[in-house]
Design a protein around this ligand. Structure first.
Ligand code: ATP
Length: 344
């Protein structure tokens, strides 16, 4: 593999095993400089393992990776000087104010007192935290905390920033705030590798997305192309009376981008559409003119689950199972880190 200047991350055939489990099973990734690249996959797919390996926090069994042009296995220290990493859980100190937290991180990174203070002021402005700068972090909303966490990881303005599920657990407003902050980072020249379980998040932020399943990249494409593989946005109509299904089918056919499907048991007709709002308006009006009573009508965006079903033939696991696995994974990861630290 030659160092290609256009790429901030180049990874080929990465392998990481935990006993019998291949957390990374020949994983490939190419991230263009100055972009947001999404790493999309369900719980347990290998996202965190990939990010931690690229960030030099865990050792690989084999494969080769360059981050900001530096080999992660040969020169981990040099890689660490060029990257930032934020996890799913904010690392900020609840007892301090936003400003104090950033100054503390500045000193941890060996900036002098004056530089740490100036950097804190810049970051508070960049992440829209000026008004709350001198309030305790315990008074911050979820979105504000996550923005502070992002700011902390930007103290040294890294070339490459790894964001591991940066909006997990946030409400829609907090999620939107974090998205704005991430866009600003990239406008400033940072390359972002973002792991997420949300197709919508990858769609909003990333110019390219790698889908990961069982430790391997199973797709690498633009969000639009990924959505197209699952048929893009869909319109769904549920009629109150099954006798009206044919009328609904004709109404949906007028706007459909593919052959509409009927689901008689649920009195439902659905189809892919290209122009979402025009399709919705057209179908609603046609059904109203025909005097059809509609129980539900709406637009549905494809989800990660839809992409998975199309790419792999299986669904992502149910939420409860994933949550249970997640708890297990967190414990296992902590244990593995200990082992690797003591080896290092
Ligand atoms: P999540 O969203 O839950 O973090 P993920 O896509 O990041 O999921 P990983 O945490 O990378 O997935 O885990 C990939 C696989 O490797 C999972 O099956 C997980 O259980 C396993 N795994 C991860 N870390 C360890 C470990 N330290 N010991 C044993 N197995 C592990």
């Amino acid at each position: 593999m030659t160092d290609h200047v256009d790429y901030a991350v180049q990874a080929e055939a990465l392998e990481k095993r935990y006993g019998e489990k291949r957390a990374l099973a020949g994983f490939d990734l190419h991230v263009r400089r100055g972009t947001v690249h999404g790493l999309l996959g369900p719980n347990g797919a290998g996202k965190t393992t990939a990010v931690r390996a690229l960030a030099t926090l865990l050792s690989l069994d084999s494969g080769r990776a360059l981050v900001a042009g530096v080999d992660v296995r040969r020169e981990p220290r040099r890689v660490r000087a060029k990257i930032g990493l934020t996890g799913q859980y904010a690392a900020v100190d609840e007892m301090l104010t936003g400003r104090q937290n950033l100054e503390m991180f500045g000193r941890l990174f060996h900036l002098g007192g004056g530089r740490a203070r100036r950097r804190a002021v810049e970051l508070l402005a960049q992440f829209d935290l000026v008004d709350a700068a001198d309030n305790g972090v315990d008074t911050y909303s979820g979105g504000m905390r996550r923005r502070l966490d992002l700011a902390a990881s930007m103290i040294l303005a890294p070339d490459v920033l790894f964001l591991d599920e940066p909006t997990t657990g946030l409400d829609p407003r907090g999620r939107g705030e974090v998205w704005v902050a991430i866009r600003e980072l990239v406008a400033g020249g940072t390359t972002v590798l973002l792991t997420t379980q949300y197709l919508e998040e990858a769609d909003r932020l990333a110019s390219r997305v790698t889908v990961i399943d069982q430790g391997r990249a199973i797709a690498d494409d633009t969000p639009d192309e990924l959505k197209n593989t699952v048929g893009g946005d869909r319109i769904e109509v549920v009629v109150s009376d099954a006798a009206d299904l044919d009328t609904a089918l004709r109404a949906v056919s007028r706007v459909a981008a593919n052959v509409p499907q009927t689901d008689p048991a649920e009195r439902r007709v659905h189809a892919a559409v290209t122009d979402r709002v025009a399709a919705l308006t057209d179908v609603a009006r046609t059904l109203q003119d025909a005097g059809v009573a509609v129980e539900d009508i709406g637009l549905r965006r494809p989800s990660l689950d839809d992409v998975f079903l199309r790419l792999t033939g299986h669904r992502t696991e149910p939420a409860e199972q994933a949550a249970a696995e997640k708890t297990g994974t967190a414990e296992k990861t902590a244990a593995a880190e200990k082992t690797e630290e003591s080896v290092a």
